[in-house]
Design a protein around this ligand. Structure first.
Ligand SMILES: [Zn+2]
Length: 158
């Protein structure tokens, strides 16, 4: 899904979350919501890193067009392979959640423990909306798993 749509979905999510929290009388950290919003947007930095790695080019605009074209072509035909978007993988999510558990166990009163949870929620929200958009736009193929799983990719190579 394109960053503009992620920004819109993220904004809608924090608005609704804030609204319902207000209705039931729970106070929500605005900084936390900002962390959620930024994590929801910045997780896609893995696409940019891949572009820089593959093309030895730091041009953000070109990277954006490159992935927009890939996305458009996925709507027409099944992609042969996917680039590895590391922050979108199940494995990264597992490692990151273990790190959060470790961190909040050792630093229970740290503001970062709470921030990490908001960041994690933002990343999960991003991946969920990516998957929902792919289903809605009929972009789910047997190869889609290689986009979201590093181990599936490794097993395929072996
Ligand atoms: Zn994404």
């Amino acid at each position: 899904m394109l960053p503009q749509k992620h920004a819109f979905a993220g904004f809608l999510a924090i608005f609704l979350f804030y609204f319902f929290a207000f209705l039931i009388g729970i106070s929500v950290s605005l900084l936390g919501l900002l962390a959620f919003f930024l994590a929801n947007l910045l997780i896609d930095v893995d696409h940019y890193l891949i572009y820089v790695w593959q093309y030895h080019n730091f041009n953000l605009k070109r990277a954006f067009h490159h992935f927009s074209k890939i996305l458009a072509s996925e709507r027409k035909k099944k992609p042969k392979n996917y680039v590895l978007c590391i922050f979108h993988t199940v494995e990264f999510i597992i490692v990151f959640s273990i790190f959060i558990l470790w961190f909040s166990y050792h630093y229970p009163n740290s503001i970062f423990s709470l921030a990490l949870i908001y960041i994690f929620a933002g990343m999960l929200f991003h991946i969920a909306t990516d998957i929902i958009a792919a289903i809605a736009e009929h972009r789910i193929y047997s190869t889609t798993i290689y986009l979201f799983s590093l181990s599936a990719r490794i097993m395929r190579v072996m």
